[in-house]
Design a protein around this ligand. Structure first.
Ligand SMILES: [Zn+2]
Ligand SMILES: [Zn+2]
Length: 338
């Protein structure tokens, strides 16, 4: 039996790395611990040398999808082989500094999406549903190591049900730092002329959009100005307010099939649209294009993105719109000077 200390750098915090290490070590019957150390991950393993070597190989294969290992340093501790009886995730330590990359926010995963679409699930219609594989990272991290107490989710202590998921190594929310639910997490509010609307805010938001109103929608990583894509007068009004007279507006569509009703989508474009980064993809307008002329004036193409958070999916759940203009609230430079 030998011990090894492994330091892993890269995108290794906030991506479900520690739970993966935990499961792997447990499966391979290795003992020791894993912890966030400053901005890197420290793994100490106790077991047979060939098993530890196998562990490193497996970790490279089975690392979480959004993680990235930029360096992995292994030191054999042949002279000191402490006898751990179990494998544990230890409390993080801030007492270290190395280079680390804070991961970007990630679009909601299919497992979480299934939950918010299932009427019997406790997260049905809950816009802030997340797990170790998805949800906000960059937006919520205040400092590292990445733990809930150093994120903006600190204000929302976990309820007993979420706590069970968070502490169960077999659960996909094990150590998911941004996890929450309707009981313990943030809520959505709608302000109409500075007055708080109490009834279903996202349903009411859809009513207002249908009615030709422009909404500021504060999402997870910023604010979008949102309006109808079919009402030319509304889109023109938004252009006037922003002082952006020609720059095309990006739009959000509920799904790829709807995009295809007005734009051409190649298989590569479809793959890009649905990737977990959910970028705005510039597509060719099709012959059936029907959005208001002011959305992307005098252009043969249009910028489209798909929903990336539960908030957007719930909004579209109440909506029959083919898309919404979703643009940043940044006015043009010309507008500021004038
Ligand atoms: Zn998820
Ligand atoms: Zn909860």
């Amino acid at each position: 039996m030998v011990s090894a200390r492994i330091f892993v750098q890269g995108i290794v915090q906030g991506v479900g790395f520690r739970p993966t290490v935990y499961r792997l070590a447990k499966n391979m019957k290795l003992t020791g611990y894993v912890r966030n150390l400053g901005n890197i991950v420290e793994i100490v393993l106790n077991g047979e040398k060939k098993e530890i070597k196998k562990f490193v190989k497996e970790l490279n294969h089975k690392k979480p999808p959004i993680s990235k290992i930029s360096s992995l340093k292994l030191d054999w501790l042949e002279n000191s082989s402490p006898s751990y009886t179990d494998f544990k995730i230890l409390e993080s330590s801030t007492n270290f500094s190395g280079s680390s990359v804070i991961p970007a926010d990630v679009a909601i995963c299919n497992a979480c999406l299934t939950e918010i679409k299932s009427p019997k699930n406790r997260r049905y219609d809950y816009p802030f549903t997340a797990c170790t594989d998805c949800g906000p990272r960059f937006t919520v991290i205040k400092s590292i190591p990445y733990d809930r107490e150093r994120t903006s989710m600190e204000e929302f202590p976990l309820c007993p049900s979420c706590q069970i998921e968070y502490t169960d190594p077999e659960d996909r929310r094990y150590h998911a730092e941004a996890t929450c639910c309707p009981i313990c997490g943030p809520s959505v509010y709608l302000y109409k002329n500075k007055r708080l609307e109490l009834e279903n805010p996202l349903k009411e938001a859809v009513n207002l959009l249908d009615d030709g109103k422009i909404l500021a929608m504060k999402g997870i990583g910023g604010t979008h100005l949102v309006c109808s894509v079919e009402q030319e007068k509304v889109v023109e009004k938004l252009r006037k307010r922003l002082g952006r007279f020609n720059q095309p507006f990006a739009c959000m569509c509920p799904d790829v099939d709807t995009v295809k009703t007005f734009a051409e989508v190649s298989s590569l474009e479809e793959k890009t649209l649905t990737s977990r980064r959910r970028p705005v993809v510039v597509l060719k307008k099709s012959d059936d294009y029907f959005l208001a002329p002011s959305v992307a004036p005098d252009l043969h193409n249009i910028g489209i993105m798909l929903p990336y958070s539960g908030l957007h999916y719930v909004l579209f759940h109440y909506s029959a719109a083919p898309a919404y203009v979703m643009t940043s609230a940044i006015p043009s430079r010309f507008f500021i000077i004038s």
